[in-house]
Ligand binder design. Structure first.
Ligand code: SF4
Ligand code: SF4
Ligand code: SF4
Length: 276
């Protein structure tokens, strides 16, 4: 849907973590009024409705994703329904009721548990400052006997994680630098690079506010099923240790991450992550 310039300017001032949701609401308002263009009237009407029904607007959680599903060429994974599964999980866990029982006063958007999914390490949805951040990952491996030493992978790797061996002339990956973006696999003309493991990185406990902190990453690349299991445990832990609606990062600061130190964080379990 097209937007008038003043309406675009107004929406740009909405805090980023609710901007997409507000934008969608405004477009729905315009459509409801039979318009195919968003004007300031639609923005103002939504703002008034929001202020009148703020408590109902807060559903207790948010699952946001980057623009990968709209066709971003950097996308590492194809749609596998993880976002929808997380939506259902948070909904089944009745996060709104839980937060209402903990927060004194009206529930506000900043109380919601936020999960952010990014389809590649560019992390456009800012998973590092969300309660739960998920980044799609594809770790490459080299089938060296196919490598022609063309250096296309060296040129595309923004992390400078690939170099050509000075003796053999073949590509070599430094996995301490590799961010598992999968770009090198896409450009290799000889089929010498393959995706070894595909899945997700998991980050926990990021937040902004008065005491901002970046999320901590738990090591590994996790399958969709493992991500869902880890998230279930995180919600259970969050509910058990939350006293007044504080953010997950604050809970983790007090408790640490030991609650995850069973089979889901076991390297043997991780080794079962889908190989493609
Ligand atoms: S995070 Fe990656 S896939 Fe998602 S929109 Fe940004 S660049 Fe595209
Ligand atoms: S996956 Fe990305 S970061 Fe890793 S070596 Fe390939 S291009 Fe570099
Ligand atoms: S792009 Fe493929 S063939 Fe070229 S150097 Fe890299 S691994 Fe070797």
């Amino acid at each position: 849907m097209k937007w008038n310039e003043d309406a675009e300017t107004a929406i740009a001032k909405v805090p980023f973590f609710v901007r997409r949701r507000v934008r969608k609401r405004v477009e729905e308002e315009a459509a409801r009024r039979g318009s195919d263009r968003v004007t300031m009237d639609h923005v103002t009407a939504c703002k008034r409705k929001y202020l009148e029904n703020m408590d109902e607007e807060v559903k207790g959680f948010q699952v946001e994703s980057c623009f990968g599903p709209s066709g971003c060429p950097n996308r590492v994974l194809q749609e596998d329904g993880l976002g929808n599964e997380l939506e259902k999980l948070f909904s089944d866990e009745k996060m709104r009721d839980f937060l209402k029982s903990k927060v004194s006063g009206p529930l506000k958007l900043h109380h919601e548990f936020r999960a952010c999914l990014s389809d590649c390490p560019n992390a456009c949805s800012r998973p590092q400052i969300a309660d739960l951040g998920i980044i799609a990952a594809a770790r490459p491996s080299i089938v060296s006997f196919h490598c022609t030493g063309c250096a296309a992978c060296v040129a595309v790797c923004k992390e400078r994680a690939i170099e050509l061996d000075s003796l053999t002339g073949e590509a070599r990956i430094d996995f301490d630098k590799c961010l598992s973006c999968g770009q090198c696999v896409k450009v290799c003309p000889a089929g010498a690079l393959e995706t070894d493991v595909k899945g997700y990185r998991i980050l926990l406990g990021g937040k902004l506010g008065r005491h901002p902190q970046l999320a901590q990453e738990i090591e590994g690349i996790w399958s969709k099923e493992q991500v869902v299991r880890v998230v279930k445990k995180c919600i259970e832990h969050y509910k058990t240790h939350n006293s007044e609606g504080e953010r997950f990062g604050e809970v983790l600061n007090a408790t640490g991450l030991d609650f995850l130190s069973d089979r889901d964080s076991d390297p043997e379990e991780q080794a079962k992550v889908k190989k493609i």
